[in-house]
Ligand binder design. Structure first.
Ligand SMILES: Cc1cc2nc3c(=O)[nH]c(=O)nc-3n(C[C@H](O)[C@H](O)[C@H](O)COP(=O)(O)OP(=O)(O)OC[C@H]3O[C@@H](n4cnc5c(N)ncnc54)[C@H](O)[C@@H]3O)c2cc1C
Length: 424
């Protein structure tokens, strides 16, 4: 038997595999991609009475949604300053409110669909230097301007009462962000979508798309779907299927390791408030405890998409900078995944044609924002696109193409990592 894709895959009951698409199928909407975007879209559409077929190339959760850090993060990856520059103050407020709605929807869905996914609240954004701490103070001020006053700055003993590490000079405690088991959450949503009537197919990679003004045909190796509307939800895993989307997205690799159990007492000592943590670097560390008291530690990101040699050792060296006492603790699971990043770090939602919608590029904050994307896409297909247009209006610059693409981005990432190290 092959090793599970991630610790998440090793700790959920996935149920029997879903069927592959066979023969010609008709649906009102066809969704490509069985991650949180595609499954949320299928769920919202099915709840609105749309006959929906979802095609997943591998299994539900094969992409970033089954591999991520499980951190539920407030707002957008872009600062609100940048959001405001893109859409103006009034629409930035509407987008901030949508971000809040994305987070509020999670406990609501978990309750409504009875999903056991170890949902917990409490978050620390940790600063490695004074410059980053000053930025966090500015963020608190900005968020307050948008009506959100939850977070506070911690330093010294107050910081150590949240996280037992001497690496950080301070941090922002954010009670409205949190953590969950992302694959358990996704599989729960998939079951809810099926219960609402959506048809989900696995091992059904779409390899050709033909669309006219009123009909779309999607072809897989063993079948085809004819639908009125297509939703592209393959994000960083969509590859070259739709070049217009690929240009607007940079797949960036990030890596996660999960240790052997630390034991409850030691876990509680390191994380007295059981928060999820991320630092402020561009190539950031993000970590938290699992429900069975393991350290789940993520790090990246790399535009070169090459897996570090000896991944488990690489992760262990990273987390020992945060917790030097963990020299005796081994990494049991390690994996990587692709994050879809946009140029401005604002999610990219839009239409390639009136009947072809897409969502991608949450830039590392998709656990919450994917649910919102699914809701907005379903509203739009149902004839109400006012909220969808708030994101659709954002201009997304293409990344460099051709042979310059990877070298340019590796260089850009190198500069940003240097900036992290020097604390500019
Ligand atoms: C290592 C890592 C850590 C992360 N940590 C966090 C975090 O802590 N918090 C957070 O908010 N976000 C995090 N993210 C980002 C988050 O996981 C993503 O934003 C989110 O999961 C995107 O969901 P999605 O459904 O759009 O894409 P995916 O989950 O990638 O799903 C896309 C799916 O489409 C399928 N597909 C692609 N092409 C085809 C095709 N032709 N036919 C059929 N199916 C196809 C793929 O197989 C895949 O399953 C992380 C990502 C990674 C990789």
């Amino acid at each position: 038997m092959s090793a599970p894709l991630s610790w998440y895959h090793a700790t959920v009951q996935a149920g029997p595999p879903r069927p592959s698409l066979a023969g010609a199928v008709r649906a009102r909407v066809c969704v490509i991609g069985g991650g949180l975007t595609g499954v949320s879209t299928a769920l919202h559409l099915a709840e609105r009475g749309f006959d929906t077929v979802l095609l997943e190339a591998e299994a539900i959760g094969h992409g970033a949604s089954g591999r991520n850090g499980g951190q539920i993060v407030q707002g957008f990856s872009a600062s609100m300053e940048r959001v405001e520059a893109a859409v103006g103050r009034a629409d930035a407020q509407a987008l901030w409110d949508l971000g809040r709605e994305a987070i509020a929807a999670i406990p609501d869905r978990v309750r409504r669909h009875g999903i056991e996914c170890d949902l917990r609240w409490g978050y620390l954004i940790a600063a490695l230097n004074r410059g980053q701490l000053a930025d966090l103070r500015r963020t608190i001020g900005q968020w307050a301007d948008y009506g959100y006053t939850g977070p506070r700055i911690v330093e010294g003993a107050a910081l150590r009462s949240v996280l037992a590490s001497d690496l950080y000079v301070g941090g922002m405690v954010e009670p409205g962000s949190g953590q969950l088991h992302p694959l358990a959450y996704l599989l729960g949503l998939a079951r809810a979508a099926e219960a609402a009537g959506a048809r989900l197919f696995e091992r059904s990679a779409a390899f050709a798309i033909d669309h006219g003004p009123t009909t779309v045909r999607v072809t897989t190796a063993s079948g085809s779907v004819e639908a009125d509307t297509l939703v592209l939800a393959g994000n960083a895993y969509l590859g070259r299927l739709v070049p217009a989307l690929r240009r607007r997205l940079m797949p960036v690799a990030s890596f996660i390791g999960v240790t052997e159990p630390l034991g409850e007492a030691r876990a509680r000592r390191l994380f007295p408030e059981d928060v999820a943590v991320a630092d402020c670097n561009v190539a950031l560390d993000y970590f938290r405890l699992t429900s069975d008291h393991r350290l789940l530690f993520g790090a990246g990101a790399s535009y070169s998409a090459t897996t570090p040699v000896g991944l488990k050792g690489w992760i262990a060296r990273r987390f020992r900078r945060v917790f030097p006492e963990l020299t005796d603790v081994a990494v049991e699971h390690a994996w990587g995944g692709l994050i879809g990043i946009t140029h401005n770090r604002i999610p990219d939602l839009g239409r390639l044609a009136p009947n072809v919608l897409y969502a991608q590029g949450y830039s590392g904050q998709g656990v919450a924002l994917t649910g919102l994307a699914g809701a907005l896409i379903a509203e739009t297909i149902d004839g109400h696109d006012r909220r969808f247009r708030l994101l659709e209006q954002v201009r997304h610059l293409p990344f460099p193409g051709g042979i310059l693409r990877t070298p340019t981005l590796v260089t850009a990432m190198g500069v940003l990592k240097l900036k992290d190290r020097l604390g500019w």
